[in-house]
Design a protein around this ligand. Structure first.
Ligand code: IPD
Ligand code: CA
Ligand code: CA
Length: 268
């Protein structure tokens, strides 16, 4: 079985198990604190994905959220697994969470799959073949004026409330776009931009397993991503992420709101 076919089957199977799941209070634990949760289901889902991938492709490397990376051989692909992206939503809402699986080889994207578990919507892309939601092709929205853009950010507190060098620029952006949405899942929010349901995405903090699947989907749908400094997004490191419905909007937002001279500008 080829990697994509296996990945698709595993994501759908994991999603079906999560939809059926119920959660006891004692199955939720704090990782770094009360805003950083892990459940029995995060761990079991990642174990399931790792076990099945490695039994089919023992040379492949795995980078997942809940367990140490397994290094793999020199020829294999690298898989980025987030068993539940949006654990807080999973715990508190039982909706708006995703299973996210991305695969890269030699630093090049192969495919990305993001399952919106409760909506039963599978976003996916193979490099060079466009982006899809289930059987329907998706594209980013053609909106280009700042006043018609929808901004999505997974974390209100970190992005807009805490002091950081780009806070003033982000507040100014928030005041000039059509609206701001915060869903609480990096993967689903990047897919929302890919599907034309949002236009700009920003987070100050994202890990490889959060964005390395969805970034393949967004790029294939016509979108673009970079660091807040405008550099290419690293594959292996935790990073801030700016993404947009097009390279033009990405450049415009970065230059108008996040450049060095914008760092001191006030909100308004
Ligand atoms: C988190 C979600 C959240 C984002 C955090 C991520 P998790 O992933 O994507 O929206 O703000 O930075 O860590 O912990 O639910 O897998
Ligand atoms: Ca995540
Ligand atoms: Ca997770």
């Amino acid at each position: 079985m080829e990697r994509f076919t296996l990945a698709r089957a595993l994501v759908l199977e994991a999603g079906a198990a999560l939809r059926r799941s119920s959660l006891q209070k004692e199955e939720v634990r704090y990782k770094t604190g009360y805003q950083d949760l892990v459940t029995r289901w995060d761990q079991e889902t990642e174990q399931f994905l790792r076990r099945e991938i490695l039994s089919a492709f023992p040379e492949d490397a795995i980078v997942g959220e809940e367990y140490p990376a397994s290094p793999g051989g020199t020829e294999g692909a690298v898989w980025y697994l987030d068993p539940i992206d949006g654990t807080t939503n999973f715990v508190s809402q039982h909706r708006n969470y995703a299973v996210s699986v991305g695969c890269w080889k030699g630093g090049e994207p192969q495919f990305g799959l993001v399952l919106d578990v409760e909506r039963e919507a599978l976003y996916w892309a193979k490099a060079g073949s466009g982006a899809w939601r289930d059987e329907t092709p998706i594209r980013t929205a053609p909106r280009r004026e700042v006043s018609e853009l929808l901004l999505t950010a997974p974390g209100v507190v970190n992005t807009f409330l805490k002091e950081h060098p780009r806070r003033a620029g982000l507040l100014r952006l928030a005041g000039q776009v059509r609206g701001v949405r915060c869903l609480g899942s990096v993967a689903l929010e990047l897919c929302a931009v890919a599907a034309g349901e949002a236009d700009v995405f920003v987070t100050l903090r994202s890990c490889p397993w959060d964005h390395n699947a969805a970034r393949v989907i967004l790029t294939e749908a016509g979108g673009s991503l970079c660091t807040l400094e405008g550099g290419p997004l690293p594959l292996e490191e935790r990073t801030a992420v700016l993404a947009a419905n097009s390279p033009q909007v990405l450049r415009q937002v970065r230059e108008e709101f996040l450049e060095e001279q914008g760092l001191t500008g006030g909100a308004g």
